[in-house]
Design a protein around this ligand. Structure first.
Ligand SMILES: Cc1cc2nc3c(=O)[nH]c(=O)nc-3n(C[C@H](O)[C@H](O)[C@H](O)COP(=O)(O)O)c2cc1C
Length: 227
């Protein structure tokens, strides 16, 4: 099983998104998965120019020469793609956006109706199954609503108030969630389906009391820095 991982946080391994990715990878490796990981900020990836050359002039090939030359074949060969992103302005970061824009080369120009909606069929026989691991700073899962709507095909792993991972006590509180992420990595790469309960455990929901405590902790920290 080939697992391709992209981290769209500019904080790379020192951030919180990477904790989720590494935890999933740990589970995947225990099932013998072949893992390739990239921090997008280190790659040279330009946004799509909207020239449509990949449709009409050089079908299936982008006119731009950058790191996507290596990544597009890797994407088409992967079984699974794990995308990690912090939430910026309630959306994914632009690092992830530009990578995904460039997968436009995998579409054909025709329009077809699929399940009542007009779409472009895929040029490749299959696109890897997607898992979207996102972190955000506020304690409410509503910060993931836009991303959830944008990528309904992706299995969501969502951690609000991810800064808790930076504290020993917070990490302890999230140990059940991290265990669920590890198990998901193990099961999915072993070709097993997750139960509804396992999927639910991949989205952290805090109680009102916990949210209040997170807000108070943040405001105390913020105040200490501004003194
Ligand atoms: C530019 C910017 C915009 C952000 N926007 C949001 C937001 O809309 N909602 C939210 O809950 N957190 C927001 N955050 C907080 C990040 O999502 C949060 O710190 C995340 O865990 C960072 O991930 P990382 O540690 O992997 O970089 C924002 C942070 C930055 C720097």
């Amino acid at each position: 099983m080939k697992l391709l991982v992209f981290n769209a946080s500019p904080r790379k391994s020192s951030g919180t998104t990477d904790v989720l990715l590494e935890t999933f990878i740990e589970g995947a490796r225990s099932s013998g998965a072949d893992v390739e990981k990239h921090h997008i900020v280190d790659l040279e990836i330009n946004g799509c120019r909207g020239c449509f050359n990949c449709w009409w002039v050089t079908p299936g090939k982008c006119i731009q020469r950058d790191d996507m030359d290596k990544l597009l074949p890797a994407i088409s060969e992967a079984d699974l793609m794990l995308l990690g992103t912090p939430i910026y302005g309630r959306n994914v970061t632009h690092y992830l956006q530009k990578l995904l824009e460039r997968t436009f080369v995998f579409t054909l120009p025709e329009m077809v109706n699929r399940d009542g909606e007009t779409q472009h069929p895929g040029r490749v026989s299959r696109f890897p199954r997607m898992i979207l691991a996102a972190t955000c700073g506020f304690p409410d899962t509503s910060n993931f609503d836009i991303v959830r709507a944008l990528y309904p095909m992706a299995l969501p792993i969502f951690l609000p108030a991810a800064q808790l991972l930076l504290y020993e006590e917070g990490k302890k509180q999230l140990s059940g969630f991290l265990q669920a992420v590890r198990l998901a990595g193990q099961k999915i790469t072993a070709g097993e389906e997750l139960t509804r309960k396992m999927k639910d455990e991949l989205i952290v929901e805090y109680s009102d009391e916990m949210k209040k405590a997170i807000v108070e902790m943040h405001n105390r920290y913020s105040e200490s820095l501004s003194q």
